[in-house]
Design a protein around this ligand. Structure first.
Ligand SMILES: NC(=O)c1ccc[n+]([C@@H]2O[C@H](COP(=O)([O-])OP(=O)(O)OC[C@H]3O[C@@H](n4cnc5c(N)ncnc54)[C@H](O)[C@@H]3O)[C@@H](O)[C@H]2O)c1
Length: 434
């Protein structure tokens, strides 16, 4: 048996801080409050509902993950966040229109009590939004210090034992990393000089890492994947990971593509289009913001299908991704996929997927799981990129950029569970024996 890790117990309160109190964050908060009020399981959450097999199948040991590893209890979670528009989680939920009034009414007081702190916001990074509840400061350094003060105040006011931060704010405009992102030193100099290449999300990330708070990025923009942040996470001993919640169309893609590959079926093209009408769709309607999303969505197929290893099957794929802002659809996104595959003797076939999904309903359980697992990682003494949590991300951050990330959701799931087994002193399950 491997030796188990020394994991600190999950005692006391866990504060979950979300920059962004929009559709995803408010749906996440409402769902957790609803689950604890009714004593029911939150559907879609692996930490709450999935079981993990231990040992041989014949041993019949299949505990719930939350009984196997020491996770924070739902009743011990307190919520906080920042937003330049929403005043509180109730207002955010009503604006988003994801949940119906009959579900919001019984929990409205608690939701209203989650008051948004003023945001670090800059319209140059999210052109479609007008922020009004926005911090002002002499420099970006000053803004970072204000976020750190918010974090500390939240910790004290809510008597939190531990905190985690999950980015649930709008996708920022696409940029490549620059010299200011190279090292902690260059980034700090950039904060003091208010370097224009430093985005709001990077200010929150810096503040979290300096406050010893694990950080997960639910959007595709650059934040904890920058070299300076990886250095800072390592230096301060803080777990990090991203990016971009794996939901909707990409979730389907990472479920279907490994299946096609397992059967050695060829792929000629994959055309994906989305119509959505929520605030996220409005933000992504700007080409600069869409570019961040496009890069994140396009990376998926190559790593799953390995075109260099299988040039005859996957060496010539047209992969197109489109997002169209269409207000009548609201948060109930419609994803259309046309997949051109080929089989025996090269004969073509088509698969059509029309996924009428609800974006925030799919994303909310991921916020919960990421918050609980990042908190677990911190208590287990982990720092830096948490590759075992790639399962949750569209564009997972790799520990070794030379090797790259794993996108196949089934391999990611095995990796996640084997990490938990290893930490708890159980043998990994390889499925090669009983
Ligand atoms: N819903 C999904 O399935 C899904 C999947 C992957 C990624 N995401 C990403 O998650 C994020 C949230 O999605 P959503 O549907 O809740 O969007 P949303 O527009 O409803 O909410 C985002 C909120 O962030 C706020 N915001 C913008 N800039 C901010 C800043 N600098 N600081 C604090 N708050 C800021 C906005 O005012 C808004 O209320 C988006 O980036 C989206 O791309 C969502």
């Amino acid at each position: 048996m491997p030796e188990s890790r020394d994991i600190a117990p999950a005692t006391g309160r866990l504060g979950v801080l979300t920059p962004g109190l929009g559709a995803v964050a408010s749906t996440f908060i409402a769902g957790v409050i609803d689950a604890r009020q009714k004593g029911i399981d939150p559907i879609g959450s692996m930490t709450q509902m999935a079981r993990v097999r231990l040992g041989d199948r014949a041993e019949n040991r299949n505990p719930l993950i939350r009984e196997f590893v020491p996770l924070a209890d739902l009743n011990d979670i307190v919520f906080g966040g920042w937003d330049p528009i929403s005043a509180n989680a109730l207002e955010a939920a009503r604006t988003a229109g994801v949940l119906e009034e009959r579900d919001l009414a019984p929990i409205s007081a608690e939701l209203e009590g989650v008051i948004a702190m003023d945001a670090v916001f800059d319209q140059r990074w999210v052109s479609r939004l007008e922020g009004t509840r926005v911090k002002t400061g002499d420099s970006k350094w000053d803004l970072a210090e204000q976020v750190m003060a918010d974090i500390e105040k939240f910790r004290v006011d809510n008597e939190c034992e531990r905190l985690v931060m999950v980015w649930c704010a709008s996708t920022e405009a696409y940029r490549e990393p620059t010299e200011v992102h190279d090292t902690v030193e260059s980034f700090e100099a950039g904060l003091r000089a208010s370097d224009p290449e430093i985005s709001p999300s990077q200010i929150y990330t810096y503040a979290a890492l300096q406050s010893g708070v694990p950080f997960a990025n639910g959007a595709p923009n650059l934040s904890c994947d920058l070299p300076c942040m990886i250095e800072l996470a390592d230096r301060n001993g803080v777990p990090i990971g991203g990016k971009d919640f794996k939901t909707g169309q990409t979730l389907m893609k990472t479920i279907l593509a490994p299946g096609l590959k397992a059967r050695m079926l060829g792929l000629r093209g994959w055309y994906s289009t989305n119509i959505l009408g929520n605030r996220d769709g409005e933000v992504l309607d700007d080409p600069e913001n869409f570019k961040s999303k496009e890069v994140s969505k396009l990376g998926v197929l190559d790593t799953i299908l390995q075109p260099t290893e299988y040039p005859d099957l996957y060496g010539n794929i047209d992969h197109v991704v489109r997002i169209n802002y269409y207000p009548p659809r609201g948060d109930n996104k419609e994803g259309w996929d046309n997949i051109d595959i080929y089989g025996w003797m090269g004969y073509p076939m088509q698969i059509k997927v029309n996924f009428l999904c609800r974006d925030s309903i799919l994303a909310a359980p991921l916020v919960l799981d990421l918050a609980l697992f990042f908190d677990l990682a911190a208590r287990a003494g982990e720092k830096g990129v948490q590759e075992w949590l790639s399962f949750y991300f569209k564009s997972p951050q790799a520990t070794d950029p030379q090797v790259g990330p794993e996108h196949d959701i089934f391999i990611q799931g095995i990796k996640l569970k084997n990490t938990l087994r290893e930490w708890m002193g159980e043998e990994p399950v390889t499925h090669s024996e009983a």
